[in-house]
Design a protein around this ligand. Structure first.
Ligand code: NDP
Ligand code: CA
Length: 328
């Protein structure tokens, strides 16, 4: 049969004491007493049109990338951790995912890239874009804001979605009403575009402030830049006072060593193989109003195997980021 997905476990980070940069106090137990708990899932799931050709994942068997088996692994990964909110990038099979998720109580929204590279692939399913799903048993959509990212005043081919959600507990009105925002983006890819990504990030922060004000917010996505890139500092140092959820996994509060690990065809000028092991995906949260309780650990390089991602055991070259948050 088809192999099972990589096994991963949650780490409880709620008892870690805060450092001085968090809420300005030292040694405060971070455990939140807020009743508003939400599990959020973030993933660049790898566009079907791109994975078949352009991506050139030479170490991944072709059969693992065929849509029919692959789509089952995608659904398995989306549902395994029973998230309340699912934020996705590189979605070029929205209708399939939407019909599957809506049949079990999620509601989705999709915003395609203006000129998606998926449209130019040999096998195309439509443009890729960002999507957000929420569990309607627990959450209600208040508003959806589709954003075309600009670089200074020029439009770009990248997008974001910001959605306002509200808790709605049908059995207990007292634990209803809390509002918060979630957002997702997929910034421009490739080496040498760091300043372009930073300008997209600066524009995004402006839109986030316009739309969400000082409300609780979790903003995530594939930023296509590692923690040394300007766009990372732009988000980290913004006056929205963001924390990055996955830094809770490390002792020193740095980002984990990778969120994507892949091997492409061809060789670099140095003669070495094109292996890319990088941290590009983040979940930013407003530290004044959101707390991280649990974080889903990444598999080790050994667990992924010598051929890394994607594979028969995992359908994307990016790992999903999944966290439990307390809001308010
Ligand atoms: P991006 O540079 O942002 O990249 C688009 C996609 O390519 C991303 O999903 C990215 O994945 C993936 N990617 C990144 N690096 C590689 C790589 N080394 N090999 C294969 N895939 C990679 O593209 P834009 O959205 O800015 O699109 C560029 C423009 O190119 C568009 O405007 C489109 O019109 C045009 N285009 C035209 C084509 C044509 O035939 N005429 C073909 C393709 C694009 P990740 O983010 O995970 O790295
Ligand atoms: Ca990609």
């Amino acid at each position: 049969g088809y192999p099972s997905l990589l096994k991963r476990e949650f780490v409880d980070v709620s008892k870690k004491t805060q450092n001085t940069s968090d809420r300005g106090q030292v040694g405060i137990d971070q455990k939140s007493t807020s009743p508003f708990k939400v599990r959020i899932f973030q993933w660049n799931l790898l566009a079907q049109a791109l994975c078949l050709g352009a991506d050139n994942f030479i170490k991944c068997p072709k059969e693992a990338l065929e849509w029919k088996p692959r789509r089952l692994h995608i659904l398995e990964e989306l549902l395994l951790y029973e998230p309340d909110v699912i934020c996705l990038e590189e979605v070029d099979q929205y209708e399939f995912i939407q019909s599957a998720l809506e049949s079990i109580g999620y509601k989705g929204t999709f915003y395609p890239k203006p000129d998606s590279p998926c449209l130019y692939c040999d096998e195309s399913y439509g443009p890729d874009g960002c999507a957000i799903f929420h569990n309607t048993k627990k959450l209600k959509s208040i508003s959806i804001h589709n954003v075309n990212l600009k670089k200074e005043n020029a439009s770009t081919n990248q997008v974001a979605i910001i959605q306002k959600l509200q808790y709605c507990n049908h059995d207990d009105a007292s634990s209803s009403g809390q509002e918060f925002y979630v957002g997702v983006t997929h910034l421009k890819a490739r080496e040498g575009w760091g300043e372009f990504r930073n300008l997209q990030g600066i524009y995004l922060l402006k839109k986030i402030k316009e739309i969400a004000g000082s409300s609780p917010l979790i903003f995530m996505g594939d930023f296509n830049g590692d923690p040394n890139e300007p766009v990372y500092s732009t988000f980290k140092n913004s006056d929205l006072n963001f924390g990055s959820a996955y830094t809770k996994l490390t002792e020193d509060g740095t980002e984990p060593p990778y969120t994507t690990w892949k091997i492409r065809g061809g060789r670099l000028a140095t003669g070495s193989i094109r292996e890319s092991c990088k941290t590009l995906d983040y979940m930013w949260y407003t530290k004044s109003s959101v707390t991280v309780d649990r974080v889903l650990k990444f598999p080790t390089g050994e667990e992924m195997g010598v051929n890394k991602l994607p594979s028969f055991n995992y359908p994307s070259d990016h790992l999903s980021l999944v966290c439990d948050f307390s809001i308010g």
